[in-house]
Write a protein that binds this ligand. Structure first.
Ligand code: ARG
Ligand code: ZN
Length: 863
């Protein structure tokens, strides 16, 4: 039973998109003065405020945990202000005024890591979305743009480097061992893009000459010992700057661009104007400590934050409901960039895998929301795979519909039209329509309807005519019981079963109705359907293609993504049947994998992706009621048979990559990837020497990809090598926090039956701490997606996660709330598990003093 009274009292206010109102007051100029100290920082703010519109409402400045020490209006101290819900409210009579406030804050005690906080001896800020109100009183909303001047002073020995947004103006020494610096940012910006960093840092310095010949000084700031690990990030930054000029005509606009790496950070990175702040895991890399995946992620995140300078900063968001305006577009841009650096096909496969692993479950669960949500309690909870990754898919569909040239014309129009403004998703779509010369009326449903559309495709053939019957449905989601059909661009091509050749050109079918039939003439032989090529629409596709046709496509389709997809579908069909019926014919999968593995025309990185079985979670997503035990059995058995039947091919793939010395190139990366996949299959086959092979790889590796790959295999096993490897890895890397995170993660992902005990033991390891978000994610976050361990029938996994969430909420609500969603999947599990998951959620909701972050996620998850 729901206790109406206590829930109502605890329930935070709901913010609605349709309640948007323009700001009452604008702030064209802001001058900040920080006297920095880890325990007692004094912040003086001087705001020029201008009444906006004809009204007599007071000035309301947002504040969170702030108490005014002094307030003045037009140079005179005033006392007739009030505090309402953290806001400082000042009645003003004129059209413009100068408001000065003074507050004190304690960065060292800021465990939320929002606002000004301390990390490893340095002071840094995180303001998006609503952290600036923890620093000073201000209209903390993205449609109030201001020009900032920032002065700070600090102890020179502890904080020799003082950075802020924009360009450095002046600096100097002060008595008592202190010094000061002043920065000015000429571009008006919302306060969520404010940043400041003070610390003992060294820079990797470089420069970039822009398309109009301006020289930009680049700096990547880290602790001195980490300097050798910044070259990859710097190379990625320069590539990103050149790419954005070539692909989107976007030039950088300040004389300096700085990046700072910090160890304690709630998410990946932040695009503050001219001063990006990064989670150090997305900056630091060398072959001994970073995997190929880390290298790729670093390049992708560096690009992402850099691209925000236009898609986010020059054109920002009117309100937080428009978040996907900058995030979806910027993810699309970073995906394009990464695709251009290596294999486009493999990048697309990775991005679709991510979408299916993180966004599809969100879209089919209690937290489903459109990419432009209608309401929220806590905006931090909406930095989701839906806003980011589905948002990117929606921009990608526009790109597909317009084609590259018109898309470029449309983005040019968008940037020109809205430069310096706080825009909406509607502004973006309008620019795409006007610049591309298309009508996107129906397409707009992608912004308002949640849920992953399902498309049924059936192909028939008669004489020389092929008929493709298409049917779409959009499932109900919370608050949206009825849906309208969406506009889906589906790339389609037909192949001849006999000729093994394409029977028509690729065409884009625009499915706009619930039902449609496409007729293709001149098809003389039995056609095989290749559809949603390149994953042109983010939908779940059901077709009546059997194992033989899927195997055919996996070998003959000319679209590499479609080849991958056909193989995945074949594997999924086989595994779902095995789960339902206790067994299935593995033959077609084995032969298709053999074909791909031995196809000399394919590159190793593609092969490695294509021969991987779908994850246990993805198989579960295909089932009405997830049965983790049956899925594990079915998947293990197929994996083992693939290992045994193709043993010599796996050994061949393994041996041919064995001799390579480390090199960071697409070819070398592909070889390492295939090698680790092959090792996994050899271990699954039960080959006697697999553990020794893995240990030899572990001990002899000249790079982290091979070392962690081997560790990942060893942790699943029972050989004596297992404990030896875990210990050796710890001894070697115990002083490197980022690598120690991998040590925690590898063990949390183990497939062994005792993984829960191990995870519990690790949670009281001296190196485990709730104070560092990376460490929490490395253990608890990783474990919560380990389908075997987390969904153990005794429910201990759920209780463990709830304990972590409740404890972490006291320190860091944002990071705690991110851990909730796996528990919200309860509807998909058998009643015994569901009951235990609900109990864990209920215990969270009932925890005294719960944050609104966690309350929103847990209460909606109980739904
Ligand atoms: N804008 C940042 C990015 O580049 C992320 C900010 C995340 N903020 C948050 N409250 N979760 O994606
Ligand atoms: Zn972003």
């Amino acid at each position: 039973m729901l206790d109406i009274q206590s829930t109502a009292a605890a329930a935070p206010q709901v913010i609605r998109r349709d309640a948007y109102r323009e700001p009452d007051w604008l702030v064209p100029e802001t001058a900040l003065d920080f006297r920095l100290d880890s325990l007692q920082t004094r912040v003086k703010a001087r705001l020029t405020v201008v009444r906006h519109g004809d009204h007599d409402r007071p000035l309301r400045l947002d504040g969170d945990s702030l108490t005014p020490v002094a307030v003045s209006v037009d140079g005179r101290a005033v006392t007739d202000w009030t505090m309402e819900d953290g806001q400082l409210v000042i009645a003003l009579s004129g059209v413009d005024h100068v408001i000065e406030t003074e507050v004190e804050i304690a960065p060292e005690l800021n465990t939320q890591l929002m606002g000004l906080y301390a990390s490893g001896g340095l002071l840094c800020t995180q303001c998006e979305a609503e952290g600036f109100r923890r620093i000073t009183f201000f209209p903390d909303r993205p449609d109030v743009l201001s020009r900032y001047t920032v002065r700070m002073d600090a102890d020179k020995a502890r904080y020799p480097v003082l950075l802020a947004n924009g360009d450095p103006i002046a600096s100097g020494d002060l008595p008592d061992g202190r010094h000061w610096a002043e920065w000015h940012d000429p571009f008006p910006k919302p306060c969520y893009l404010f940043a400041l960093v003070a610390g003992d840092l060294e820079a990797n310095r470089d420069s970039f000459v822009t398309m109009t010949g301006r020289k930009v000084d680049l700096g990547i700031w880290v602790r001195a010992a980490d300097l050798p690990k910044t070259d990859h990030a710097m190379a990625a930054l320069k590539l990103s700057m050149a790419w954005d000029e070539a692909m989107y005509g976007r030039e950088y606009d300040l004389d300096v661009f700085n990046i700072v790496a910090v160890a304690d950070f709630n998410f990946g990175a932040m695009e503050n104007k001219g001063l990006n702040v990064f989670n150090s895991r997305y900056i630091l890399a060398d072959p001994d400590t970073a995997t190929d995946m880390d290298y790729d992620a670093i390049a992708g995140v560096v690009a992402h934050e850099y691209f925000h300078n236009w898609s986010g900063n020059r054109v920002t968001c009117r309100d937080w409901f428009q978040l996907s305006l900058k995030e979806g577009f910027t993810v699309f841009r970073d995906q394009q960039f990464s695709g251009d650096q290596g294999s486009k096909a493999v990048k697309r496969i990775e991005d679709v895998r991510t979408l299916r692993a993180s966004q599809f479950p969100e879209d089919s669960g209690p937290l489903a929301h459109p990419i432009r949500p209608e309401s929220y309690m806590e905006i931090s909870n909406f930095y989701t795979a839906t806003i980011y990754n589905k948002g990117a898919e929606i921009v990608r569909m526009i790109h597909t519909i317009l084609g590259p040239e018109k898309f470029r014309a449309a983005t040019d129009l968008y940037f020109a039209r809205h430069d310096g403004e706080a825009a909406t998703c509607e502004d973006f779509v309008k620019a795409m329509e006007d610049g591309g010369g298309v009508d996107l009326s129906q397409f707009r449903l992608w912004y308002s309807q949640a849920g992953t559309p399902r498309v049924k495709a059936a192909l028939s053939h008669d004489g020389a005519t092929a008929r493709l019957k298409l049917e779409q449905t959009v499932p109900a989601t919370p608050g949206q019981p009825e849906k309208q059909p969406m506009l889906l661009p589906l790339k389609v091509r037909l192949f001849g079963a006999q000729s093994e050749a394409p029977l028509c050109d690729e065409r884009i079918v625009m499915l706009s109705a619930a039902n449609d039939e496409i007729v293709i003439e001149g098809i003389e032989e039995r056609p095989i359907l290749s559809i949603n090529r390149g994953f042109s629409a983010p939908v779940v596709l059901e077709s009546d293609r059997g194992a033989a046709d899927l195997a055919f496509l996996s070998a003959h389709d000319d679209d590499p993504f479609a080849r991958y997809e056909a193989m995945q579908q074949l594997m999924v069909d086989t595994l779902v049947r095995a789960v339902a019926e206790g067994m299935a014919d593995h033959g077609p999968v084995i032969e298709a994998v053999r074909g791909t593995l031995t196809d000399k025309a394919l590159d190793a990185s593609f092969i490695a992706e294509a021969v991987l079985l779908p994850s246990e979670a993805f198989i579960g997503d295909q089932m009405l009621v997830v049965d983790p035990d049956a899925i594990n059995r079915a998947r293990d058995s197929l994996r083992a048979e693939l290992g045994v039947k193709l043993e010599s091919a796996w050994r061949g793939a393994y041996d041919s990559a064995q001799a390579n010395r480390f090199e960071y190139s697409p070819a070398a990366k592909g070889a390492r990837r295939l090698k680790s996949v092959a090792l996994g299959y050899l271990a699954a086959s039960g080959a006697k020497d697999a553990a020794d092979l893995a240990y030899a790889q572990f001990a002899g590796a000249d790079n982290m990809t091979d070392r962690q790959g081997a560790l990942g295999v060893l942790v699943n096993g029972t050989s004596g090598n297992r404990a030896k490897a875990i210990e050796a890895f710890y001894d070697r890397y115990q002083d490197n926090a980022l690598v120690l995170d991998k040590w925690f993660t590898s063990q949390a992902l183990s497939t062994r039956a005792d993984v829960m005990d191990e995870v519990l033991a690790l949670s009281s390891h001296p190196d485990f701490t709730l104070a560092n978000p990376n460490r929490v994610r490395a253990l608890a976050g990783a474990f919560s997606v380990n389908q075997r361990g987390f969904h153990g029938a005794d429910g201990r996994g759920y209780a463990f996660l709830a304990d972590i969430i409740i404890a972490l909420d006291k320190l860091n609500p944002q990071t705690a709330a991110k851990l909730v969603p796996p528990l919200g999947r309860w509807r998909r599990f058998d009643e015994r598990r569901a009951e235990k998951m609900r109990a864990a959620l209920q215990r969270i909701v009932d925890a005294p003093g719960l944050s609104k972050d966690v309350f929103e996620q847990a209460s909606k998850s109980l739904g």
